[in-house]
Design a protein around this ligand. Structure first.
Ligand SMILES: C[S@@+](CC[C@H](N)C(=O)[O-])C[C@H]1O[C@@H](n2cnc3c(N)ncnc32)[C@H](O)[C@@H]1O
Length: 322
């Protein structure tokens, strides 16, 4: 399992970029970019080098943690998957590329694309001294137009990206990303009801085109959750000093909520159930909300079933369990 915290090379590159920048300026820009996101805007507010760095300092640790958690779930159900190349759609500062490089030592070739020049420049700067990533290819352009020209790739990732485009555009982009996927497509969104709704719409569309789910769902059927419930997970990550300063935060950690789906060309032989919330442990029993191959289940494991109880005590929200 890969750590959810930024790798040392990336931390060092971000610290290096931060030298010569005022942390107060970066904090001011990060607050204004966050407000744009909260008000439903996208990365269009990121225009300058300071904006891009402020975005990366404030958001990259959390989106990195969410991508890593999703990749860990994928690796757990597909331990033999060894992609050679990666396509990172809406790559921004290169977050998902860094996470995929950590998760898959097999990756040799990294292609990124994004419409935002300031984020592209930052991504190339951050990767410049990296052993694995110094040779990344990064195209600047609108996703669909750029993807149309791309070849097929073992692993395609779109992290916190599809929420920035309209519904019709999301449908077209989903199909195009799938067309360019040789093996696995991973899409990650914020863990809000709206992020989940986008994941579900993409999931249904691509299953209709022949995709199979590797994670988190243990089936290719309709999602059994009913509104107002929604499928999402959470990943804790440590905050560095710079991260705390830029966010004006006191706590040394934060919990990122995310929703994701990993779709593959071939069905998995076996799919474990998924823990959908933190299980409730009492002295009498453990109650766990599971998504199983047969639908939703509120599983109770009594203390008297000693072996089962002791393994269920280790279950965490997001785990794959049998
Ligand atoms: C919230 S950022 C996420 C960046 C990165 N994937 C991450 O996880 O940190 C969304 C990214 O999608 C890019 N984006 C949004 N719409 C796009 C489009 N139509 N074509 C290309 N890039 C787009 C933005 O420029 C931005 O870099």
């Amino acid at each position: 399992m890969t750590s959810p915290d930024l790798p040392a090379e990336l931390k060092a590159a971000l610290d290096g970029k931060l030298r010569g920048f005022s942390r107060n300026d970066a904090a001011g820009r990060a607050a204004s970019i966050s407000k744009t996101y909260r008000d439903g805007g996208g990365s269009g507010a990121i225009r300058s080098e300071t904006d891009a760095l402020a975005y990366a300092l404030a958001r990259m640790p959390a989106t990195y943690a969410a991508v890593t958690a999703s990749l860990n779930a994928l690796v757990e159900v597909r331990p033999d998957f060894a992609p050679k190349n990666l396509l990172d759609v809406g790559a921004g500062p290169g977050t998902a590329t860094w996470a995929a490089a950590e998760a898959f030592p097999s990756l040799r070739d990294f292609s990124l694309l994004d419409a935002n020049e300031a984020l592209r420049t930052l991504a190339l700067d951050l990767a410049r001294d990296s052993t694995r990533l110094h040779g990344i290819g990064y195209e600047r352009g609108e996703a669909r137009a750029t993807l149309t020209k791309a070849g097929t790739t073992d692993l395609v990732v779109a992290s916190y990206m599809i929420g920035e485009i309209g519904d019709a555009e999301q449908r077209a982009l989903a199909e195009l990303m799938w067309e360019k996927t040789r093996d696995t497509l991973l899409v990650i969104e914020p863990g809000t009801p709206a992020g989940y709704a986008r994941i579900i719409a993409l999931r249904e569309r691509l299953i209709a085109l022949g995709a199979h789910i590797a994670a988190p769902c243990p089936h290719d059927g309709k999602c059994p959750l009913q509104t107002p419930d929604w499928c999402h997970f959470t990943q804790r990550l440590q905050r560095s000093r710079a991260h705390k300063q830029v966010k004006g935060a006191e706590l040394p950690f934060e919990d990122e909520k995310f929703a994701y789906v990993a779709l593959t060309r071939s069905p998995l032989a076996e799919r474990p159930s998924r823990v959908l919330a933190q299980p409730v442990v009492t002295k009498v029993e453990i109650t766990a909300k599971l998504c199983t191959p047969n639908g939703l289940a509120l599983t109770k494991v009594p203390r008297r079933a000693k072996a089962d109880y002791s393994s269920a005590r280790r279950w965490r929200w997001g785990d794959a369990v049998n």
